[in-house]
Structure formats: structure tokens, C-alpha cells
Design a protein around this ligand. Structure first.
Ligand code: KOT
Length: 820
């Protein structure tokens, strides 16, 4: 497709007529946005057609990425960049009477994930396409994504996120590809012996796919992400009820079916909620495997080749029922014998674990699985039977080991252990940072790592340089492109290392500082708009952006802020560097402890911002509704990156990588990928504090008295007392008593033990900041030395260690005639 501004403009006007049914004169902003998006999309669709044709011709091995979550972020800017049409789009937008940026702001972010796990999935898909790897991402098209967060009296309120309310130009529905998914019912014997059985579901629903395009950067490849939505068949609507005026009853069935994909991860604190979540998971798995088998059979016949053509990456345990489902398809529907089916299944799957928290390791009550998925329960039992026999062969008589490793937990109730099923059914298992992978092998999955050491790998996470540098931080990207002599660094992030030798260059330092300052000014505008808080663009921008969770220790950050507040209150001339504390993050709606911490951040912020003395140096800004779009705004402005989880708890972290790449210096523990960041940037460019994972584990195992830290440390005592006294809750002493009690008497995440080390390290941060040249040098070194954390490198690691797939190049002119 040719692409000068005239062609683009003509194409756009034609799209305006065809897609919006309106005219240039009367086009609304949304008409203009949608039309522009469709015009950009036309460029991608043509590439996608060529990609599909090239893949069909090559019949290659595909990576199928299965994830219950994707946090794609806005598509508009990215697609402009990837099609190189920004200038044409600017001209075309203004011909319709709108500034391009106003239209870009109408792009909705599909919030189909909670946090790191979902964003990682999006970064990996981007890098897969960029590396020309044939791949499809499969997921769920939730009607409502992650809730919209607002604050009332400082407390989190959740509002539904109707992300596709106005429709989305990036999505193509494929109603002709609908398929049926069963639930409940019973199983029956086939005539003949063997494990083959027939499942007779008690309920069937339709799964309808839609897809979005996933273009690679600087390549012709456009892969897709396929998202499934539950739809009721048209006879689900009860006309009898309707005619009798019982309108609610009339749609009851429709609602029941379509609720399966209504919301991202329903609250799982009730039995009903849990059942819906398992239904979601199986719905994803059933639709996806049918689709994968269909795609395989387009070009192949014999299932013996299945594992050569298919690798299925399981993004944590949410899609792990896929292992039982593939066995069901192969054994029951395609009549393969058990051993052959198992050999194929085991070769096909690979599993990524994203956590170390025991409470995050998913298990499902056997009673529920039996009822919802009776055939799968039988299959899990059979897999377990063969597996435990294998364990017995390796460790004869070791009953305790078998109890520990079984796919079924017996006490206190019988439950299916999804992580065990994942390991048993996969040929590769990986953690997401070196420490995490080590701890998985040494602790969480130790028995399995002893039995099958060759299955265990590390693949350290990475992030998209295109989104988090090029798009989010155009100023810094411009400087990098200028200094590195072109945009090649966007496909080879190791090239950033060339900056290192210029870290002391005066001119570079000046530019660097100026860019940071201007990014802080942009952030200040948004913060003023979103929160009313006025921030000083010259103050250090100290950023903590991540989900609220006790292990991430936002509370430690709060204690630090209160400590600085007290120092200034006690001595207005105290030597405290001006700082803006920027927070962003949501708490799970049912996670009360995390929600109290959110309210406390807001309470402390209100007090600090209103204090005539403290507010001259310190401001607290809690940006509501943190999401990918907000991340792209905050990260470029950050000077200091808070990565302060209790060591041994954060699997990897990816915000830490995005911030370091944007020149923020990390203050952090030896946890997750922080360790690898510090190894690369050097300890002189990283502020380390606190206990390491081994020390923290020892502290927790031994006699730990958090109150003793409070008693011995006057600054800590003053901070805790202030919270307890109601200083941040309008005098209400009870408001944060649960927070205070949790750290004084339990302190599961060692906030008290690490407080002094943290505050002293923050004093060293102040010292470094005062020396602007030293700070700028540290900042440059962080960017220069973090090329490793590109998701392109992560994809190379998966290719070499796990997938063994080859790229397929898509030529510029494939013999497919694209519509003009
Ligand atoms: C959620 C439920 C069960 C198991 C794991 C999770 C999970 C883990 N959700 N997000 N994560 C994060 O994943 C990121 C990507 O690997 C990591 O960087 C981060 O440390 C995890 O907390």
C-alpha cells in the first residue's frame, strides 16, 4: 500500500463515509478518531493477510500463548508508530478539524488484566511479532476489565470498566467461528476397553472469537491475539416469559451464559464466585484448544506431528486445565491411546510460574471440578495415577514424597493442585527472574526439580522498549536516536551501552536533565488535573507504581514519608531534599488490608500537602486508576524507582525494568529482577537496603519481635504513633488500627525490621540528588546498562531454552491481492 499524505487522506475520507456514515463537515471527534484508527488499521490488515499467507505456506511450528490476562495498553499510538503514519495521520486529523493528540486520547485501553502478569503477556506478544515468530495469543474478552479506581475520602472505590462501550476499531469479531463448550453433566463408557470415555455435558455455551492485530516493529509480520467471549444461542431468550411481561426471567438464561466472560476475575471469596472463575478458565481452554487443533489440521493430518508444530505456553496456572483438555480431545475424541496422547501432551506444553506466594498457588476443590468438569476430573486422576507410579519407581516407599507431590491435596479438603498438574504435564517450567527460578527449584517445586531437573529453567522477564521508551518517552528516545545514530536500538536494546562512555559528557548531561524536567512538567499537569495536587517540577520524582499488596510494602514507603514530615515539622530548616512522592496502583476489591494502606497513603498525602512547612519540600500525589496509559505518563518523569518488596516475595517485577530504562535510579531490596538490575547497572548506581531473601526467611522462621524495633527507634515510634493517633484520619484513632496492629504484632513482611535500613538509604539518596552531576550520571548509567531487560531478549531466551521455534519472514509482496 502506497502511503503519501494524499492517499492516506483519501482513504480516511472513504472510511469516514463507509464506516461512520457521515461527512467531513459533520464528523464528531469520535467519528474522526474511529475513522483514523480504521485507516491505520487498513495498513496493518494488509500486512496481516501477507503474514497469514506466509505462515500457511511455511506450515511452521507455532507458539500459542495462553493467558487469562492481557494488558495491551492503548493501540492508537503504537499502530501509528508501527505503520509509520504519524505525519499522514496528523495532516488527516486536522483536515477533519481535530488535533491528532485529542483523537489519540479517545483510544480506550483494554484493561483485560490485573497487573504484571497481563502486561508481560502483552510485551511478549509484541516481541514475538518483532522477531517474526509465528504466534497467536489466546485470551478472554471480558466485557468489563480491571475496575476503574477512584477515591472517596481517601478510600478506594471501584467502578465498572466498560472499555468497549463505544466499540473498538481494533477488534474483528468472527461469529462464523463460534464453537460449543460444555460444562457439568456426566461421563459414559464407550464400547470397548481402555481409558476412552464420552462426556455428556449438562450445559453448553457458545464461544465466539474476536481478534486484534499484533504488529511487529520494523517488520512485515502481524500476528494476532484471539479473545473468546461467551454468547448465548438465540433460543436462550425465553419469549414465553417475555410475552407474559416477565422481562427479567426472559433473559435469565442469556445472562447466565454471558456472565462467563462478563468480568475479569470475579471476587473469589464465595463459592459461586469461585465456580464462575473456574468456568472462565475452562471456557478459555476449551475454545483455544479446539482452535489450535483446527489450525493444525489445516496443514497436517497425523497427530504424531502435533508436538512438532505446536508449543503452548501456559501463563501461570489459570489456563492449566488445558493439559487435561488436550488429553480429553486426543483420547476421547480422536481415539488415541493414552500413552501416545500423553507423550504428545507433555511435549506440547510449557509452564511459566509467576509467584512465590503460597496463597497464590491455585487449587480447586475436587467436589467443584467433579461437578463442573466431570471428565477432566477423571483424567486428572488418571494422570496422577501414572505420575505417582513414576515417583514410586524413583523413590520407592517414600510415601511422604508422594503425598507432597500428588496432584490432589488431601487436607483440609480434597483439592486439585494446578501448579503440580502444570509441572507434570509440561516439558519445560520456568520462573521469571533468576532468584525466583532458584527459589522455585529449591523450595516451592523442590520435589519436582529433584525428579526432573532438566525441565526447570529461568527466563528473566523483559519489557517493550517500543512502548515504554519510544512511545512513552519521545524526548529521551529522540536523544537516544540522535546519539546512537539511528533507531536500530529499538530492535537491539544492547546498543544503549554506547551511551556509557558519554555518561560524564556535559552536553549530554544537560540534555538529560532537561528532558527529565520537561517530563516532570507534563506529569505535573496531569497530576493537577487528576488530583488537584500541585507539584514542583524541580523536585525529585519518587515513584511507587504497582498493585497494592502487603508484600510490596507500600507501608514502608508511608513510614518514610511520615518520618520526613516529622523531621520538617520538628525543624523547618531540616536538610530534606524536595521530593514528590507519586503513587499509583489498585487493591483487589476484597483485600481489606491493602485497601486500608491506600487510604493511609491518601491520609498522609492530605496532611503533608496541607502542611505549610512540609509542603514546601514534600508533596504526595496518588494518581487514581493506575493503568498502562498512566504508566506511560509517570515512568518517563521518574527519578527514583521504589522496588522495596520483602526479599523472596516478588517473582520478578517489570516496572523496575521500565523505570530503570527511563533513567530512574532504583532504591530496592535484593528481590526478583532487582538483583539482575543491580548486577548490570553496578552497585554505585543502585540504592540497596534491607534483608536479603535468606536473611528474611531466617527472620521469619525464628523468633521475630516487630515491636522491639518500634521501641528502640524513636523515628519509627513517632511515625507509627502518629498513624495510630489519628493524625492522618481526622483524629479517628480507630481508622488505621488494623494497619498499626499488623506491623506491630505480626509484620509478616518485615516492614519494621527493614525500616531503619530503608530510611538511612533514603538519606543517602538525598545526598546523591544534591550532586546533580552525580545523579545524572547514575541516571544515564541505568539507561545505558539495562538493554538486557528488553522483552526481545526474553523472547530469545524462550526460543532457545523452551520453544525451539524458527522465524518466518513475511515478504513485502506476497502473492495475495489485498483490497485497495
Ligand atoms: C496472580 C495469580 C496467581 C499467580 C500469579 C499471579 C501474578 C503474578 N500476577 N501478577 N504476577 C506478577 O507477574 C509479573 C510478570 O512475571 C512479575 O514480574 C511479578 O513479580 C508478579 O507479581
Amino acid at each position: 500500500m502506497t502511503d503519501n499524505a494524499d492517499d492516506f487522506g483519501r482513504n480516511m475520507v472513504a472510511n469516514l463515509y463507509r464506516h461512520r456514515g457521515t461527512t467531513v463537515e459533520s464528523a464528531s471527534a469520535r467519528d474522526a478518531y474511529h475513522t483514523l484508527a480504521v485507516t491505520i488499521r487498513d495498513r496493518l490488515i494488509e500486512r496481516y493477510a501477507r503474514t497469514a499467507a506466509a505462515h500457511y505456506a511455511a506450515n511452521p511450528r507455532f507458539v500459542y500463548y495462553l493467558s487469562a490476562e492481557y494488558l495491551l495498553g492503548r493501540q492508537f499510538e503504537q499502530n501509528l508508530l508501527y505503520t509509520d503514519t504519524r505525519e499522514q495521520a496528523r495532516v488527516a486529523a486536522s483536515a477533519l478539524g481535530y488535533p491528532l493528540d485529542d483523537l489519540a486520547a479517545l483510544d480506550a485501553e483494554p484493561g483485560l488484566g490485573n497487573g504484571g502478569l497481563g502486561r508481560l503477556a502483552a510485551c511478549l506478544l509484541d516481541s514475538l511479532a518483532t522477531a517474526d515468530i509465528p504466534a497467536v495469543g489466546y485470551g478472554i474478552r471480558y466485557d468489563f476489565g480491571i475496575f476503574t479506581q477512584s477515591f472517596r475520602d481517601g478510600a478506594q472505590r471501584e467502578l465498572p470498566d466498560d472499555w468497549s462501550h463505544y466499540g473498538t476499531p481494533w477488534e474483528f469479531a468472527a461469529p462464523d467461528d463460534r464453537l460449543e463448550v460444555g460444562f457439568y453433566g456426566h461421563t459414559e463408557a464407550y464400547n470397548g476397553s481402555g481409558p476412552r470415555r464420552r462426556w455428556v455435558p449438562g450445559e453448553t455455551v457458545l464461544g465466539e472469537p474476536s481478534h486484534m492485530l499484533v504488529p511487529g516493529w520494523g517488520t512485515e509480520t502481524v500476528n494476532i491475539i484471539r479473545l473468546w467471549r461467551a454468547v448465548a444461542s438465540s433460543d436462550s431468550f425465553d419469549l414465553g416469559h417475555f410475552s407474559a411481561g416477565r422481562y427479567g426471567d426472559a433473559v435469565e438464561n442469556v445472562t447466565h451464559v454471558e456472565n462467563i466472560t462478563r468480568v475479569l476475575y470475579p471476587d473469589d471469596s464465595t463459592e459461586l464466585g469461585r465456580e464462575l472463575r473456574l468456568k472462565q478458565q475452562y471456557f478459555l481452554v476449551a475454545c483455544t484448544l479446539r482452535d489450535i487443533v483446527r489450525r493444525f489440521r489445516l496443514r497436517n493430518e497425523d497427530f504424531d506431528h502435533f508436538a512438532d508444530k505446536v508449543v503452548i505456553q501456559l501463563n501461570d496456572t489459570h489456563p492449566v486445565m488445558a493439559i487435561a483438555e488436550l488429553m480429553r480431545l486426543l483420547v476421547d475424541e480422536y481415539a488415541l491411546d493414552w500413552d501416545r496422547a500423553w507423550g504428545i501432551t507433555r511435549r506440547v506444553f510449557a509452564y511459566t510460574c509467576h509467584t512465590l506466594l503460597p496463597e497464590a498457588l491455585e487449587t480447586w476443590p475436587v467436589s467443584l471440578v467433579e461437578r463442573l468438569l466431570p471428565r477432566h476430573m477423571e483424567i486428572v486422576y488418571l494422570i496422577n495415577h501414572h505420575f505417582l507410579a513414576d515417583v514410586e519407581r524413583h523413590f520407592p516407599g517414600d510415601h511422604d514424597r508422594k503425598r507432597r507431590m500428588s496432584l490432589i491435596q488431601e487436607e483440609p479438603e480434597r483439592r486439585v493442585r494446578m501448579a503440580h498438574l502444570a509441572v507434570v504435564g509440561s516439558s519445560a517450567v520456568n520462573g521469571v527472574a533468576e532468584l525466583h527460578s532458584d527459589l522455585l527449584s529449591a523450595e516451592t517445586l523442590r520435589d519436582f526439580a529433584q525428579l526432573w531437573p532438566e525441565r526447570f529453567h529461568n527466563v528473566t522477564n523483559g519489557v517493550s522498549s517500543r512502548r515504554f521508551l519510544r512511545i512513552a518517552n519521545p524526548r529521551l528516545s529522540g536523544l537516544l536516536t540522535e546519539r546512537l545514530g539511528g533507531e536500530e536500538w529499538l530492535r537491539d536494546l544492547d546498543l544503549l551501552a554506547d551511551l556509557e562512555s558519554h555518561a560524564d559528557d556535559r552536553a549530554l548531561q544537560e540534555r538529560w536533565r532537561d528532558i527529565k524536567r520537561r517530563n516532570r512538567e507534563d506529569l505535573a499537569l496531569h497530576v493537577k488535573d487528576a488530583t488537584g495536587v500541585v507539584i514542583d517540577p524541580d523536585a525529585m520524582c519518587d515513584v511507587m507504581i504497582k498493585r497494592f499488596h502487603e508484600y510490596k510494602r507500600q507501608l514502608l514507603k508511608v513510614l518514610h514519608i511520615v518520618t520526613l514530615y516529622h523531621r520538617l515539622r520538628d525543624d523547618p530548616a531540616a536538610d530534606v531534599v524536595p521530593r514528590t512522592f507519586v503513587f499509583g496502583g489498585k487493591a483487589a476489591p476484597g483485600y481489606h488490608a491493602a485497601k486500608r494502606i491506600i487510604a493511609l497513603v491518601n491520609g498522609v498525602g492530605a496532611a503533608v500537602n496541607a502542611d505549610p512547612v512540609a509542603s514546601r519540600r514534600l508533596r504526595v500525589a496518588f494518581v487514581p486508576n493506575y493503568n498502562v496509559t498512566r504508566a506511560e505518563l509517570i515512568i518517563p518523569a521518574a527519578d527514583l524507582s521504589e522496588q522495596i518488596s520483602m526479599a523472596g516475595k516478588e517473582a520478578s517485577g517489570t516496572g523496575n525494568m521500565k523505570l530503570a530504562l527511563n533513567g530512574a535510579v532504583t532504591v530496592g531490596t535484593l528481590d526478583g529482577a532487582n538483583i539482575e538490575i543491580r548486577d548490570r547497572v553496578g552497585d554505585e548506581n543502585f540504592f540497596l537496603f534491607g534483608q536479603d531473601a535468606a536473611e528474611a526467611a531466617r527472620t521469619r522462621r525464628g523468633y521475630y519481635d516487630p515491636r522491639s524495633f518500634y521501641e528502640r527507634d524513636p523515628e519509627l515510634r513517632a511515625a507509627v504513633d502518629a498513624i495510630a493517633s489519628g493524625a492522618f484520619s481526622g483524629g479517628d484513632r480507630g481508622a488505621f488500627s488494623s494497619v498499626v496492629d499488623s506491623i506491630l504484632y505480626h509484620d509478616e513482611y518485615l516492614v519494621m525490621a527493614d525500616y531503619r535500613s530503608y530510611v538511612d538509604t533514603q538519606d543517602a539518596v538525598d545526598g546523591a540528588w544534591r550532586d546533580a552531576d552525580r545523579w545524572t550520571r547514575m541516571s544515564i548509567m541505568n539507561t545505558a546498562r539495562c538493554g538486557f531487560f528488553s522483552a526481545d531478549r526474553t523472547i530469545r531466551d524462550y526460543r532457545e531454552r523452551v520453544w525451539h521455534v524458527d522465524p518466518v519472514r513475511v515478504g513485502p509482496h506476497h502473492p495475495v491481492t489485498a483490497p485497495d
